[in-house]
Design a protein around this ligand. Structure first.
Ligand SMILES: Nc1ncnc2c1ncn2[C@@H]1O[C@H](COP(=O)(O)OP(=O)(O)O)[C@@H](O)[C@H]1O
Ligand SMILES: [Mg+2]
Length: 323
């Protein structure tokens, strides 16, 4: 899949005639490519445009401009139809596992819905298929007859994953799939998602506000700020050799796991905040817009006014930015 110069601008209406008074540039010109079977991370703070990106790709949000290519075909129009092939092969799961499950429906009916939309099965085949899906996500067969409220948060997210898997997708866009879960359950669900990926050769786009969460999962990571990318690179590029001040700041805010580490990190973070405040204006143009990406290597791209200035910003922020 390829995303080309995607933009999603929301109008802000106001005044007596409810006219458009301004725009929110939620997504403002991003490019992405996805290779089958790989995991991608989309990371940035709340409000930077991550969910809009996910929903725009899958067709839940109208796009202002740009193109989506899937297996070489332009699907920008097609993907908005609920019964399109694209819709079957690219699925999305959301952070709030609870509200995405209809409380009045039994699990069997929730899982049957995508199956009925896309596959033509006899009632018996359908029932067998639902049983298989429950098995894949590690839930007992009697879950079929139960309602969403009878399950824990982690189990509900498994049901959402089962529903996404029902149509044999090639790609899953997971919008903060574990953010609402307890820390211990988060790791379980993430590991489980990895297993599922291996089994089905799925491509993942993993959305998170926390660089710590995606660290062990992603092959390639996009760092988003105000609707644009400030940096993209492999796991090694981002965690071991980040260049953009904003990425470094996200890295410095990953919580430490030991108490001793925590104190050290807190001091380093304070130190780093000073550098950040002083330097961050250099990272954007006079309108506050993120500069285009400049390649630093085959895999690593950083937003900067020019290659020379990129090096300067990188150098000066090195002191506080190191982890
Ligand atoms: N339907 C909408 N109408 C107007 N503004 C919106 C709408 N949805 C999101 N936004 C705005 O777009 C920006 C990006 O939102 P979102 O994609 O939800 O960010 P994230 O998922 O990174 O937290 C935010 O400023 C948000 O307020
Ligand atoms: Mg979001």
């Amino acid at each position: 899949m390829q995303v080309i110069d995607l933009k999603v601008h929301y109008p802000i209406r106001g005044g007596f005639f409810n006219t458009i008074v301004d725009w929110v540039y939620a997504v403002d010109g991003i490019d992405m490519e996805f290779e089958q079977g790989k995991t991608y991370g989309l990371v940035g703070e709340s409000g930077c445009g991550k969910s809009t990106t996910g929903k725009a790709i899958i067709g839940l949000e109208k796009i202002t401009s740009g193109k989506i290519l899937f297996e070489g075909e332009d699907v920008t129009r097609e993907r908005r139809s609920r019964t399109s092939r694209f819709h079957r092969e690219v699925q999305m799961i959301f952070q709030d596992s609870h509200s995405s499950l209809n409380p009045r429906k039994r699990i069997a009916d929730i899982l049957a819905e995508p199956i009925r939309n896309f596959l033509h099965l006899t009632p018996r085949e359908e029932s067998r298929k639902i049983g298989e899906l429950l098995e894949i996500v590690g839930l007992p067969q009697d879950a079929k007859e139960k309602y969403p409220h009878e399950f824990s948060g982690g189990q509900k997210q498994r049901i959402n994953i089962a529903r996404a898997l029902a149509t044999h997708p090639k790609m899953i866009i997971a919008d903060e799939p574990v953010s609402a879960l307890d820390l211990s359950v988060q790791a379980q669900v993430l590991n489980f998602m990895k297993d599922v990926q291996r089994e089905f050769g799925l491509t993942y786009l993993f959305i998170s506000h926390d660089l710590g969460v995606v660290k062990h999962m992603c092959d390639t990571i996009f760092i988003m700020y105000k609707g644009r990318f400030v940096e993209r690179g492999t796991k090694e590029d981002i965690y071991g050799n980040s260049k953009h001040l904003y990425t470094k700041r996200l890295l410095s805010s990953i919580p430490a796991t030991t108490p001793v580490g925590r104190e050290k990190r807190k001091r380093a973070r304070k130190e780093f905040e000073k550098v950040y405040e002083k330097m961050i204006h250099k990272a954007f143009d006079q309108n506050g817009r993120v500069y285009d990406l400049i390649p630093v290597s085959d895999t690593h791209y950083v937003s900067a006014p020019s290659a020379r200035e990129l090096l300067e910003i990188g150098k000066e922020s090195e002191m506080g930015g190191s982890r």
